[in-house]
Design a protein. Structure first.
Ligand SMILES: Nc1ncnc2c1ncn2[C@@H]1O[C@H](COP(=O)(O)OP(=O)(O)O)[C@@H](O)[C@H]1O
Ligand SMILES: O=C(O)C1=C[C@@H](OP(=O)(O)O)[C@@H](O)[C@H](O)C1
Length: 271
């Protein structure tokens, strides 16, 4: 593992919060750390540990927060939690410790969905953009593009994905452009790749809502944010062609479009 990326993984892991994850991710240096994660995984994969991990899905609190309350909502939440628990046990069995890589265009929800998925599965979550920022020692992807170049960012992204690919039980939100390099696919294919396929209109709406400052490929000095984002996203989608379709699984959000409100797309939660 290269020193920079190793450091980034270590500091990200150290900040991961819950003691359970800290003990799985912390300990040893660079390669040794990856090794210790594997050992921790085997321990944490016992049926009892898996049950403990999936007993507290976070989708329930998300729903509960958005609802107006009352018994019906509480019952829905309990049913959902049970359903989710059963599904996650099923998925965990088939995954057998392999990582999940979320791919998709900017704004497709890789980070948002990735955090939820990791929580539900009892996996650790990593955002490859954040790891690149940490390994380069810069606060944002935008700054890396500005001070260095897109090529420099892509090289670091490739290093991060290579390092992550030797680990287990992770959900990784990749950068939207990670799919353009075959070497990244070689690494992501060690796990299960999932393409969040969201229509460009919804992406542009989401991005216009939060602004383009953190996404240098979409950042424009002037113009209507929705129109500019839509136009750039269309060009990128065309350039990337079928690259996303290399993924093992495609989750299409086409059917969710009617639920997207003009004021924001949050009515889509949860996927
Ligand atoms: N399923 C969803 N429904 C509605 N909005 C979403 C959904 N997923 C993500 N978003 C919103 O879209 C924006 C971009 O999401 P994010 O997870 O950062 O995407 P990515 O990591 O793929 O670039 C965020 O403001 C997020 O709240
Ligand atoms: O599509 C792309 O080329 C990019 C997507 C971004 O990540 P998100 O998809 O998380 O926004 C980030 O890696 C960088 O700005 C380039």
């Amino acid at each position: 593992m290269e020193a920079g990326v190793g450091m980034a993984l270590q500091s990200r892991a150290a900040g991961f919060g819950a003691g359970r994850r800290r003990s799985a991710l912390c300990g040893g240096e660079s390669r040794a750390r990856v090794g210790s994660l594997r050992v921790g995984d085997q321990v944490a994969s016992s049926p009892a540990a898996v049950r403990a991990r999936v007993s507290k899905p976070i989708v329930t609190p998300l729903r509960a927060k958005k609802s107006s309350g009352g018994h019906e909502n509480l019952h829905n939440s309990v049913d959902e939690a049970l359903l989710l628990k059963r599904k996650s046990e099923d998925v965990l069995f088939h995954l057998n410790g392999r990582c999940i890589y979320l791919v998709g265009m900017m704004g497709s929800g890789k980070s948002t969905v990735g955090k939820i998925l990791a929580e539900v599965l009892g996996y650790s979550f990593f955002d490859s953009d954040k790891l690149v920022e940490q390994s380069v020692g810069m606060p944002s992807v935008a700054q890396i593009f500005k001070v260095h170049s897109e090529a420099f960012f892509r090289d670091n992204e490739t290093s991060v994905l290579r390092d992550l690919s030797s680990m287990r039980r992770l959900v990784v939100a990749t950068g939207g452009g990670a799919v353009i390099r075959p070497v990244n696919w070689k690494n992501m294919k060690k796990g299960l790749s999932v393409w969040l396929d969201v229509p460009l209109e919804a992406l542009a709406r989401r991005i216009a809502k939060v602004g383009t400052a953190s996404r240098p490929l979409l950042d424009q000095p002037s113009g209507d944010p929705y129109t500019m984002a839509f136009s750039k996203l269309s060009t990128l989608a065309e350039q990337r062609g079928d690259a996303y379709a290399n993924a093992d699984v495609r989750v299409s959000l086409e059917g969710m479009i009617p639920q997207v409100t003009p004021s924001g797309a949050n009515s889509c939660f949860p996927i």
